[in-house]
Design a protein around this ligand. Structure first.
Ligand code: AMP
Length: 222
């Protein structure tokens, strides 16, 4: 489904971010700032469903402001025991308090999660998109996959890196070099937008214009 086919009930932002909090408090602060801007603008959140690290912080903060219906976490079954707080007296019991973290859906694998998250953003319509806060390999993998889905025309929603204290400078420099070196086309150079503050994130969500010339693949063809 493309944006033109989707309903525009309430925009949805998908946040990719670390299962860790990082060493500097600026990363947790940026997670909270992002949640506040989503709340102020009536934007819903879909995220990886964890209760730990930056993931837990952005979900917890938004639920505290906008309520549990504003957040949907989608977590693959094998990750539940690592990324959701569980009862230390019963290592097999993993529960999430939906009044704190929002609705949670457990899915079979990573790909199902990513497809579901992307569909919610697309169906939310204009004003939504994908935002990467600071994170590690998992965040990078999710960010790059959703960027390639834009390049392929599977979606046409904005992809934004929230570049806290230059955290994503290396990635942005790599994109510039890849364009200059001829490995990323000029028309794809702007798929990933940079935001330095939560307000910048909102601005990128509102002003993003998709470039022409995508393949317009469907889910089935990926
Ligand atoms: P990280 O940025 O490494 O802290 O990971 C952030 C989140 O990305 C993790 O909590 C996982 O839910 C998710 N993740 C980790 N590895 C992958 C992967 N190979 N594909 C998709 N998502 C992943």
């Amino acid at each position: 489904m493309t944006i033109s086919e989707s309903s525009t009930k309430q925009p949805v932002v998908c946040v990719f971010c670390g299962a860790s909090s990082g060493k500097s408090p600026v990363h947790l602060e940026s997670a909270r700032a992002l949640a506040r801007i989503l709340h102020d603008n009536g934007i819903k959140l879909v995220y990886g469903g964890g209760t730990v690290g930056l993931m837990g912080e952005v979900a917890r903060t938004l639920v505290s402001l906008s309520g549990p219906d504003s957040v949907h976490g989608i977590i693959p079954q094998p990750l539940v025991k690592f990324e959701q707080n569980h009862d230390p007296n019963d290592p097999n019991a993993h529960t999430i308090d939906e009044s704190i973290f929002g609705k949670t859906t457990i899915v079979k694998d990573m790909h199902t999660r990513k497809q579901m998250m992307a569909r919610e953003v697309i169906e939310g319509g204009p004003g939504g998109g994908f935002v990467a806060l600071s994170g590690g390999y998992g965040t990078m993998e999710e960010l790059m996959e959703i960027t390639t889905w834009n390049q392929l025309g599977i979606h046409n929603m904005p992809v934004i890196v929230y570049n806290v204290n230059g955290y994503w400078d290396g990635l942005l420099a790599w994109v510039t070099n890849a364009v200059e070196s001829g490995f990323i086309g000029e028309n794809n150079a702007g798929i990933v937008s940079e935001a330095k503050t939560a307000e910048d994130v909102l601005n990128c969500l509102k002003t993003y214009k998709n470039a022409e010339g995508r393949f317009n693949l469907t889910w089935e063809e990926q």
